[in-house]
Design a protein around this ligand. Sequence first.
Ligand code: AMP
Length: 600
Amino acid sequence: MAVGDSALSSPMGPPVCEKDSKALRFIEEMTKNADSVQETVLAEILSRNAKTEYLRRFKLNGATDRAAFKSKIPMIKYEDLQPEIQRIANGDRSPILSAHPISEFLTSSGTSAGERKLMPTIKEELSRRQLLYSLLMPVMNLYVPGLDKGKGLYFLFIKSETKTPGGLVARPVLTSYYKSDHFKTRPYDPYNVYTSPNEAILCPDSFQSMYTQMLCGLLERKQVLRVGAVFASGLLRAIRFLQLNWAQLAHDIRSGTLNPKVTDPSLKNCMTRILKPDTVLADFVVSECSKDNWEGIITRIWPNTKYLDVIVTGAMAQYIPTLDYYSGGLPQACTMYASSECYFGLNLNPMCKPAEVSYTIMPNMAYFEFLPHEPNSAVLTQNSPPQLVDLADVEIGKEYELVITTYAGLYRYRVGDVLRVTGFHNSAPQFQFVRRKNVLLSIDSDKTDEAELQNAVSNASRLLSEFGASVAEYTSYADTTTIPGHYVVYFELLVKEDSADSLGDSVLSRCCLAMEESLNSVYRQGRVSDNSIGPLEIRLVKSGTFEELMDYAISRGASINQYKVPRCVSFTPIMELLDSRVVSAHFSPSLPHWTPERRR
Ligand code: AMP
């Protein structure tokens, strides 16, 4: 296919180099043949894994076609696979799910029974992920010229890892990727040069890592053409870090010496090579950062930034206005859609507005099916098995839950994401990310559901019972006006009259901590290790407030019989009503417990 034929050509014109044109041709080939690529992927997965315990159990008998697969293999959730995962974690090396050895577990930010889900993966998946990464810049280069003339300032971090009882490493997918040779020894690519050295990205101490990445970003401020992090919350955390640490950073730049808090030997070594005294730059950092007004700080410090590279879809949409404020409205590019289970696809129009982002699922990554999402339909029963729709057959405007079958051995696995079809690129559908199911509160990668919040409130209520009080009603919201954001839980209490005075700040702040202790390990890691979530806050509201909330809902058309207290709120008039009834606010006084080790 001639390059000019590319359905991906943009107002910017054709691909910038042969490497890009190869990547774009690959996208075209995959998306033009979405259905047949999917058929081949399924056959490959089923034939190589035919002798696994799992596929034998369902008597697939070596069949590799869609019809046999669909009639014999059930759709499952993580919990259904828990026994197999546990056996692998305990050291069973027999081919349970995959014929290829499980190389490690990827720890998802989705949790099960309070702990991160463990996703089995195999070595070759790294190359599949790498392949998706390799498509991102060729697409971006169609829309933004000259990205080879400078660098990307990306705040990238690794997180702690553990070993399962059977000795397999368990860590987040990005930690696995950054520590792989695919990343560490990536060949030089002028379109993908980062200001952060590998030593900074790979430093396990989050302060030292962030500090040196920021320092390198400041040192090369004029070369920086794009600023990014994986998620919007991460980039805002970097801005907050700059607010707290600019004086020390400027001192290092002025003196050419490194903050003694950076103690990691290889990082120190590397920074010594990079850091040279620069009084002009130090003066500039001081003059910009000491201003009270930080509006547009990103473009003031990094004046050549063309766009922010951060995910602002899904739960991250709450950060769009703050990012607009700090960046003076720079475009926010959401480039890809991925998970620990599998990398799914990319945005072929990355400079579009956040509200218009659609991801094109790449049919070579896994076998994808779609469960029509009908929120009001009855719970699925055994008698009426759900009809899953194939990738090429989804319909524009409809919503589906994503179900995947991967090379690593997940078969018809429900990811939990709800997607809406917005269109097609060739024969590959494009999806808007609608939401993740069952998530009530989220600040960073934490995902708290209604049951977890209810359990946390019950534990707080138990503490209150000693004081003759209990929680009569509650609701919550994710407050992202602070950086980092934090959970706010509104309590209306039932208090015995004679004990009303004994309820001081001390007991309510203990309730905050008790709630935090009850929340899942991703939340607690965000509080303790990543510093990505601030202390939980309880706001006590006047008695009668939740009745007013109900009156308000009914005045807007809710039915009295069916009214339920919303357990999470975000609608401004409701927040205003709640906030106008607050009698006191209380914060968690210390960090909850968290260690990298799993509780079970
Ligand atoms: P994890 O398994 O911890 O890597 O989390 C993966 C989940 O993050 C996905 O299943 C989505 O719910 C969410 N996610 C990943 N990429 C995006 C994106 N581009 N937009 C919205 N949500 C995303």
